[in-house]
Design a protein around this ligand. Structure first.
Ligand code: HEC
Length: 237
């Protein structure tokens, strides 16, 4: 068998590899955009910061989830006046009897269209859920963390199986560098997820989340660019 290099594979296989890399690359950008609009907005300011990570996982324990979201990623979903009324109601104890007279119409008009039983988001047609969101914000719940952790571990291991496999055909750089680039997403991933859990207990671990995510992005970009370059631009020697 010939060497396991891009120089020795035929064009159809290169087209398959490249198509996969392009689609996964778009997926990566979408995932990043989504992170910017959810976690990125957690502190109410655009852009991802350590504060965002702390608010997302440890919570903003000065206030309730509803209040924090209404000042963050949910800000655009209600008018100034509606937000004020909801926040006032939450601060006054989130009482069920005053709910029906004061804030229920706001929820019905501005929140329920997204927050209902079908959407997969927190269902605000059920008062209990609004009550829960009115309690102190202690960040992502254990249920959410476990779900997101296992989805990420399986999904990302699978994506990097193929990105790494394709990249292993490259001949740029020494073996140690290739091996490092291939292992890095896996190491970063475990670090990233471990740090979500650590941040849940102590906000000082928030920077580790950024570190893990950055490591993964760098490894992805490096393997993507080298693979594409060797397949289509580099002259065969
Ligand atoms: C356009 C759709 C949409 C509308 C309208 C909307 N939301 Fe949301 N909401 C979302 C999405 C998507 C998320 C999850 C992402 C996030 O947390 O930013 C979310 C998350 C939340 C959360 C966090 C729930 C949790 O436990 O993580 C709260 C609280 C919330 N919304 C409150 C509200 C309130 C109050 C309103 C009405 C004023 C509202 N939302 C209107 C889409 C919407």
């Amino acid at each position: 068998m010939k060497d396991w290099t891009f120089g020795n594979i035929n064009t159809p296989l290169k087209v398959l590899f490249s198509s996969y890399l392009i689609v996964v690359g778009i997926g990566y950008m979408m995932a990043f955009t989504q992170i910017l609009f959810t976690h990125g907005m957690a502190d109410g300011k655009i852009g991802l910061s350590v504060d965002d990570i702390v608010y997302s996982y440890y919570g903003n324990r000065n206030g309730s989830m509803i209040e924090n979201k209404l000042n963050g990623s949910m800000k655009e979903n209600a008018s100034e006046e509606e937000r004020f009324k909801i926040i006032k109601w939450v601060r006054e104890g989130a009482d069920e009897s005053s709910f029906n007279t004061t804030v229920k119409p706001i929820f019905d008009n501005t929140c329920i269209m997204c927050h209902n039983a079908e959407s997969g988001l927190v269902d605000f047609t059920i008062f209990e859920n609004i009550k829960k969101a009115s309690a102190t914000d202690s960040g992502a719940s254990f249920a959410v963390l476990t779900r997101v952790s296992h989805i990420h571990l399986f999904g990302i291991a699978f994506i990097f199986m193929f990105v790494g496999l394709i990249f292993s055909f490259s001949t740029t750089g020494p073996t140690w560098l290739k091996a490092t680039a291939i292992a890095m997403p896996y190491v970063s991933q475990v670090l990233d997820i471990a740090s979500w859990w650590l941040t849940k207990f102590d906000p000082m671990f928030a920077w580790l989340v950024l570190f893990g995510g950055t490591g993964m992005a760098i490894a992805f970009a490096f393997m993507w660019i080298v693979s594409m370059y060797e397949m289509w631009i580099k002259k065969p020697s």
